[in-house]
Design a protein around this ligand. Structure first.
Ligand code: PLP
Length: 433
């Protein structure tokens, strides 16, 4: 086989596509048809039948008592914060390395995000930095579990207890994950999940908050259902609410997707372990260390570290472009240091508390991860067999052997890799009108 890199015109390591996502079969078709024919399509009354069933089942799967299904995973963060009493002028500690929506949800409540750097071993919130960021205005902390890793929830909960802070786990990447046997989202006071298309369970869009606090769950229902109280005996405060209800179509699909979650999670776990055995041996690649307290992996995107010095000095973006050309879907600038990202640029004046707040942040680990170091592999790679996962290693080894072909090589694909996700999306999108 020619050794020339695919980005230079050689044959790629892989021509076959990985497992197609989302996965569905006639069970989804059947339940969708049933909802269609029932005429009971919407989210009202709230929760409606399928959404109630899904909320209860998803919560139980993650060791919480209540689940409130809503329209997406940004709204679920916003509602959980609002229901906790977080509002104008409060501060919420957010990791600097996450999806922009985690921080946007804080602003939507009137509070401000205070960005704290991530731990170089997990890319999740660095617990050592939290107490230095707490002020009398701090109300909540949002750990985001990503890269198959968790923030150190033992230390985080101890800090939250000491300071009386609300902990909302952003589990948009963590469906099915467990920390010391306890489901993601049930270790803090509430957990938020997304069911957007790429996520580990999906209805195209959707979100949920899980919690074991009935008053919090009641208030979230109220806020998602135009302000209507959840139950006659609800203790929650009257509040204006949007319509953020989940439809019966979404809930019906999610009830089926949930049935596949455990088997898919275990399959990804087996295949990532197989890949890690060889990946960790490659000079210039390092893995996020495993933590024994993660008793079941949350396996959305697998993240490893790229070190330019092991690859002849090329930039991470050139490596990612070359890896993609070899037939391995991947991304580098998947997340950025949120406070620097183009998606997080907006008129500060629209959020008065933010305008008044100190907006200078310095989070070098997040900056390095976002712009130089991290490589993200989507979960579909690990849904097939071990050989699929090992193709990642074969492609990386090929790039390393032929690294001279990438030195001083300029190519549009590399330039595009250097763009933010927002810029790339604009480049690829069709005009909206
Ligand atoms: C970490 C994180 N938080 C929140 C969200 C928001 O979810 P949604 O897209 O459903 O609004 C996402 C989704 O991309 C995410 O990855």
């Amino acid at each position: 086989m020619s050794n020339q890199l695919a980005i230079r015109g050689g044959p790629p390591v892989r021509n076959r596509r990985f497992t197609k996502w989302p996965i569905y079969d006639n069970r989804e078709s059947e339940v969708l048809k049933n909802v269609l024919e029932s005429g009971n399509w919407g989210g009202y009354p709230c929760p409606n039948d399928k959404a109630r069933e899904f909320g209860a089942r998803f919560a139980e799967e993650h060791d919480a008592l209540y689940g409130v299904a809503v329209s997406n995973g940004t709204v679920s963060l916003e509602l959980a914060l609002k229901a906790s009493g977080t509002g104008f002028g409060d501060e919420v500690i957010v990791p600097a390395y996450t999806w922009e929506g985690t921080a946007a949800a804080v602003l939507f409540t009137g509070a401000v995000p205070v960005f704290v750097d991530v731990d170089p071993d997990t890319y999740c919130l660095d617990i050592n930095l939290i107490e230095g960021a707490i002020t009398p205005r701090t109300k909540a902390i949002i750990p985001v579990h990503l890269g198959f890793r968790f923030a150190d929830m033992d230390r985080l909960m101890a800090i939250s207890e000491r300071h009386g802070l609300f902990v909302l786990e952003d589990c948009a990447h963590a469906h099915g994950g467990k920390w010391k046997g306890k489901g993601a989202g049930s270790i803090g006071h509430a957990g938020s999940f997304s069911f957007q298309t790429s996520k580990l369970m999906t209805a195209g869009e959707g979100g949920i908050v899980i919690t074991s606090d009935i008053d919090l769950a009641d208030q979230i229902i109220r806020l998602a259902n135009c302000g209507r109280p959840a139950r006659r005996e609800s203790k929650g405060r009257p509040a204006l609410g949007h319509n953020y209800r989940m439809t019966e179509f979404q809930a019906a699909i999610l009830n089926i997707q949930l049935e596949r979650l455990e088997e898919q999670t275990l399959r990804r776990e087996t295949n990532t372990r197989a890949m890690e055995r060889s990946l960790g041996q490659i000079n210039g690649i390092s893995l996020l260390p495993r933590d024994e307290r993660i008793t079941r992996q949350a396996s959305y995107h697998y993240v490893f570290k790229f070190h330019s010095e092991g690859f002849g000095g090329i930039h991470r973006n050139a490596f990612v472009a070359a890896l993609k050309a070899e037939g391995i879907p991947c991304d580098g600038r998947f997340y950025e240091a949120v406070y620097l990202s183009s998606l997080f640029q907006f008129a500060a004046g629209e959020y008065p508390a933010w305008q008044k707040h100190d907006r200078n942040f310095d989070c070098p680990v997040a900056v390095r991860a976002g712009y130089e170091e991290s490589v993200w592999l989507p979960h579909e790679i690990f849904l097939g067999d071990e050989e699929d996962a090992l193709d990642v290693v074969t492609a990386i080894e090929k790039i390393r052997r032929n690294i001279v072909e990438l030195q001083d090589f300029e190519d549009d694909r590399i330039r595009i890799q250097g763009m933010s996700r927002a810029e790339r999306a604009l480049l690829e999108s069709k005009p909206p009108y």
